[in-house]
Design a protein around this ligand. Structure first.
Ligand code: GLY
Ligand code: MN
Ligand code: MN
Length: 463
């Protein structure tokens, strides 16, 4: 937990952004897995963590915008809880640690909310994403679960996005720590990778590193020799000579700040000529993003620049043809990269995605696209100092997509389907690093860079 003044200052900054009403921030509860007392690893809600810092289930916070009163709601532990879980700090004590003066039992929350609503005051709440909190909000506000979405506070969402998008030095240090754990995870995966090893053994080993040094993984590990499936969580294959292993994995620190990296390496430890050719296009795209990532540029423009680099490389290999700008404008390159260049990262690996991508990645100036590929860009807006984003271009050969586009004759001016056909057994490559936007440009996060260039990758795999 940060010092109490950090949370106090965040709540004061939030109050300054809102005109009036009560802010109601619900923490998360325990979630049962296969019977009530067997719960998943607890994960606090990130906005609750940001403003109230308490990493335990069963809390809610209220901020009175006009009056300035802040209250932490939670129930003190009973003797039964203490017998099973050990001594716990009181709610008043927890409140004090994050600079909140007032605390009350959870049962008092409904009274506070009801009174505010009866007085015609606005009760600001965020879009709930867990069923338990949907039901809790229904109970507190009287708004049916099915109607909650149309009552969420856009003013609160925008205020929180404005605050959480710009990372403080303390937060950047935490994210760098998550990146350092990510470094250990990825270099371990590279060392373990060889023909005959089961993907699960490597996936489990690197998830163990995330747990040994922090709160665990920042999302379920993607590790597969079928890297063309973008989010492949199946780890049942034995790695085969001649294939590539894609690992997309990151860690959370004990304070829940995240990292998110991807590397793709040859299972044999040596790239074939064909793998080198595709890999180096992705490297060029990845480096192009960091060259253009600076305050004032939009991430959408950087994404499109990266797509032009990919298209240029694929054209040199004879897989694409025609005018590069026209091909990218038409979206032809999305056959190979059907996703966006990256997303915000912080207390969530896809930071604030629960608040709505339209508010996090877009604004009045930069609107989302509906074009295939570009529509999957989670973050398009203008970059500001203090933003943390991921740079994650890729090239994938997805047989079903190739077959469908070919059958439809889609973008055949720009796509050489006869040549592409020969790559249907290739798989996919993605390279991902975490980037801080600085005053004048950007820099990669993490003390050590995970091997990226071909010679670096071959060196660590063959040590
Ligand atoms: N968690 C997958 C990614 O965004 O990289
Ligand atoms: Mn990733
Ligand atoms: Mn990512």
């Amino acid at each position: 937990m940060f010092d109490s003044h950090v949370y106090k200052e965040r709540r004061e900054a939030l109050r300054r952004q809102l005109d009036g009403g009560l802010v109601l921030l619900l923490g998360n509860g325990e979630a049962s897995s296969n019977y009530p007392d067997n719960t998943y690893h607890f994960r606090q809600d990130s906005s609750f963590l940001y403003f109230f810092g308490i990493n335990h289930p069963g809390f809610a916070g209220v901020i009175d915008i006009e009056g300035g009163e802040e209250t932490l709601f939670g129930n003190d532990f009973t003797m039964d809880d203490i017998i099973w879980m050990g001594p716990q700090p009181s709610v008043a004590n927890q409140a004090h640690r994050v600079g909140v003066e007032k605390s009350a039992p959870l049962g008092h929350l409904k009274q506070i909310v009801t009174k505010a609503l009866q007085q015609g005051r606005k009760v600001h709440f965020l879009p709930p994403y867990r069923h338990a909190n949907k039901l809790w909000l229904e109970e507190l506000t009287g708004i049916r679960v099915s109607q909650l979405a149309s009552h969420v506070s856009v003013a609160l969402i925008k205020a929180i996005v404005a605050l959480r998008s710009v990372k403080s030095d303390l937060e950047i240090a935490e994210i760098e720590h998550a990146c350092d754990i990510g470094y250990e995870m990825h270099t371990t995966a590279m060392r373990m990778c060889r023909p005959g090893v089961k993907e699960q053994l490597i996936a489990g080993s690197i998830e163990g590193i995330a747990l040994a040094h922090g709160a665990g993984v920042s999302f379920p590990t993607i590790l597969s020799m079928n890297g063309e499936t973008l989010h492949n969580h199946y780890h049942g294959n034995l790695l085969e000579d001649g294939r590539m292993m894609l690992v997309d994995a990151g860690a959370e620190t004990n304070m829940n700040y995240c990292s998110d990296f991807t590397r793709t390496v040859p299972v044999s430890g040596h790239f074939t000529q064909r793998q080198k050719e595709i890999y180096n296009i992705v490297v060029a795209a990845h480096d192009c993003a960091i060259d253009h990532a600076r305050p004032g540029n939009t991430w959408k423009a950087v994404h499109l620049e990266v797509c032009r680099v990919l298209t240029n490389g694929l054209k040199e290999l004879g897989l694409m043809r025609g005018d590069i700008d026209e091909a990218v404008a038409a979206g032809a390159h999305a056959l190979f990269m059907p996703h966006g260049l990256g997303h915000m990262m912080g207390l969530d690996v896809h930071d604030m995605e629960d608040l709505g991508q339209i508010y996090v990645g877009y604004d009045d100036e930069i609107r989302p696209s509906t074009q295939f590929g570009l529509a999957s860009l989670r973050m398009g807006r203008r970059l500001e100092e203090g933003f943390v984003i991921t740079d994650e271009p890729g090239i994938y050969f997805i047989p079903a997509l190739i077959d469908q586009w070919r059958a439809e004759g889609l973008h055949s001016d720009f796509l050489n389907y006869d040549a592409i056909e020969k790559y249907k057994d290739f798989g996919g490559i993605r390279l991902e690093d975490d980037v801080l936007i600085t005053a004048t440009g950007s820099r990669f996060l993490g003390q050590k860079r995970i091997p990226l260039y071909i010679d670096e990758v071959e060196e660590i795999m063959n040590k």
